[in-house]
Design a protein around this ligand. Sequence first.
Ligand code: CO8
Length: 258
Amino acid sequence: MEESLIICEKQEEGVSVITLNRPKVRNALNSELRQQMAELFIQLNEDPETKAIVLTGGDKVFAAGADINDFLTAKTVDVYLRRSERYWRAITDCQKPIIAAVNGYALGGGCELAMHADIIVAGKSAKFGQPEIKIGLMPGAGGTQRLFRAIGKHKAMKMILTGDMIDADEADRMGLVSEVVADDSTLTRAIEIATQLASYSPIALTQIKEVSMLGPDMPLDSALALERKAFQILFDTHDQKEGAKAFLEKRPAEYKGH
Ligand code: CO8
């Protein structure tokens, strides 16, 4: 039987772990894998038991980018008709927190995939890069835009134009990752963070994510108004009242997600 390209495991406490599973080709992201990943994100977004999602490529590698075999003969119209953007959209549309656990290479589409996460935990072995220029190409799934926004013009341009990789500590200094841990702790730490988030109010997490993602591309006054509206909306939720009550009664809150 053929091995699954992607594995999804539900943990206790509302955490689902997605593992890319093409280790022989360094988890190269072919269309089939990306389609399956998109379907999973859509399912998990709807799944009431899943409160936070961990995305990993396993112990050794996160993902070495698009599957270069798919680029050998493809013409403009083929690439256009693939409509790959819908697969990425499924991840950006996911309202739940996504934590990437990155060991080893996160290159090209792999680096772009990691940047779709809200929090990135990197193992010491992690290496990030946008090496497309080295194969006569350029980033095509947000690399030129998300990297720019994450680490600023001059660091991003250096990475995109040279195609050279940076290691975990450099990525940490640049603000490309949230924290760096020992390789054997990457997944555990990502799950620990996801479990922490899963204990919070799901609707408050969703509002934080939505406002934080939309705000930076808006004029500041509009973004602040959006934040205010989201803040106000939460006052009509069970969870907001429960959170305040539980604090004052010195007990853990029981959130319902509404
Ligand atoms: N596509 C296809 N096969 C790959 C890829 C890839 N991206 N990366 C590695 N492989 C294959 C190799 O061909 C090799 O196959 P085989 O065993 O049959 O020879 C196997 O995986 C192992 O690779 P290496 O022997 O090279 O392993 P190393 O550990 O020595 O090196 C590297 C690992 C550094 C990751 C190296 O394989 C490498 O440089 N890979 C290519 C990285 C790259 O250029 N990525 C960018 C691709 S373009 C891109 O991502 C554009 C994104 C645009 C849209 C997003 C769509 C997803």
